[in-house]
Design a protein around this ligand. Structure first.
Ligand SMILES: [Zn+2]
Length: 238
């Protein structure tokens, strides 16, 4: 009797361990990739949890390790990413690395200052409505050169128009009690970076009917975040 009970206990413990292990952590190391059924089983809440767990593994120096070439072969016939990330072009903010993900796990749109325009919103509609990603993460980062440039009204070729997308955040935070209101004030710069993420999330909702409907129906999550380039840690706005 004791043996049977012990066997049942062990079986339950094993099942629980398998169920609570993240999809990526389970399969990435041996070249496993996201499949259609795995993607379908991931809720928006679970997708957020997977990003959080991946960043924890990255920060603690315990990534699952990825066999990229095996993943290339396994994703050649199709992709089923669970997340879509909008972030800066900054060389220190690579989503796949800082969330410990592999090939086929996430869509990534990158532009200086991590804002959205119609091209990026259309890409996000493709990532979610067409291709099944369960979460959109808008991720800014500390010490962002684009944010600093917008704070200082930098003008340079086509970059002037790019940075203009950050001006609404500069304007909102500029009305608060900061002095000076330029890149020499780290607190002002960070407040603009935070506001830029929030306004970008708002613009996404206002501008894309497809995405707004999916968010309101609970089909996808929209989450903001700030990546700290000094620690590797991502703070999620909740
Ligand atoms: Zn940046």
């Amino acid at each position: 009797m004791k043996t049977i009970r012990a066997t049942i206990f062990l079986a339950c413990a094993l099942a629980l361990t398998i169920c609570t292990t993240t999809v990526s952590a389970l399969d990435a190391a041996d070249g496993g990739v996201m499949t259609q059924s795995m993607q379908a089983a991931i809720t928006p809440a679970k997708a957020l949890e997977m990003l959080k767990e991946g960043n924890k593994r990255f920060v603690s120096g315990t990534p699952v390790g990825v066999d990229y070439l095996a993943q290339v072969k396994k994703t050649a016939a199709g992709q089923y990413p669970f997340a879509a990330v909008v972030t800066c072009v900054d060389s220190r903010t690579q989503p796949e690395i800082i969330f410990d993900q592999g090939i086929g796990d996430m869509f990534v749109a990158r532009v200086a200052g991590n804002f959205v325009n119609d091209d990026i919103l259309g890409s996000l509609e493709f990532a979610t409505k067409v291709s099944g990603a369960r979460i959109i993460l808008i991720m800014g980062h500390t010490e962002c050169g684009a944010i600093k440039g917008a704070c200082d009204d930098v003008e340079l070729g086509l970059l002037t128009a790019t940075l203009a997308n950050i001006n609404p955040a500069v304007a909102v935070v500029g009305k608060e009690d900061y002095s000076p209101t330029n890149s020499k004030n780290p607190k002002f710069v960070q407040a603009v970076a935070d506001m830029n993420v929030k306004l970008t999330m708002q613009k996404l909702r206002d501008r894309s009917l497809v995405l707004r409907n999916m968010i309101d129906k609970g089909e996808i999550a929209l989450v903001g975040a700030m990546y700290d380039i000094t620690t590797g840690k991502t703070t999620f706005y909740e």
